[in-house]
Ligand binder design. Sequence first.
Ligand code: FE2
Ligand code: FE2
Length: 184
Amino acid sequence: MKENDEDVIELLQRQHREIRDLFVELETAEGDKRQELFHDLVRLLAIHETAEELVVHPEIRDLEPAARPVVEARLGEEHRAKELLTTLQKMGTEADGFDTLLVQLRDDVLAHAEHEEKEEFPLLRAHRPPERLRAMAATARVAEAVAPTRPHPGVESAKANLLLGPPAAIMDRARDLIRAAFRS
Ligand SMILES: [Fe+2]
Ligand SMILES: [Fe+2]
């Protein structure tokens, strides 16, 4: 499937798989490779959760009263994951205790993604027509422009992480881009 044919649910589920794969790779990676993978994880989680926060959760919250507490629970999970991700980035991949916190983040993030796939996405698919879901994907994709993808070989990983900035800053920039797309 071409990326531009994806609807918003397919896009988010693909990102869930990419996030899961990054956690698996991080389990055994060491040194620079570990820093690069963590860079990719911070970027992808920031983009993904911001798109969900602005494009998907509000849409689901408006579907029916029963959807509201489901969405509130997801937003709370996203907030906790963002804090944990920020702590991890400050620690750096070589720090004592990084591995333990990373496992906690992985468990939280994967459980969160499963909740979304089971409780939210089916509601959205049932209530919104295909063309609306594809338009939502286009808006969600705007967030991808926010942060550099992994730098080419030769760029020091530590410098790359500085370029990337903290998760909250990436999310703020992604929010600005998505809001601008809403207005256009
Ligand atoms: Fe999420
Ligand atoms: Fe998600």
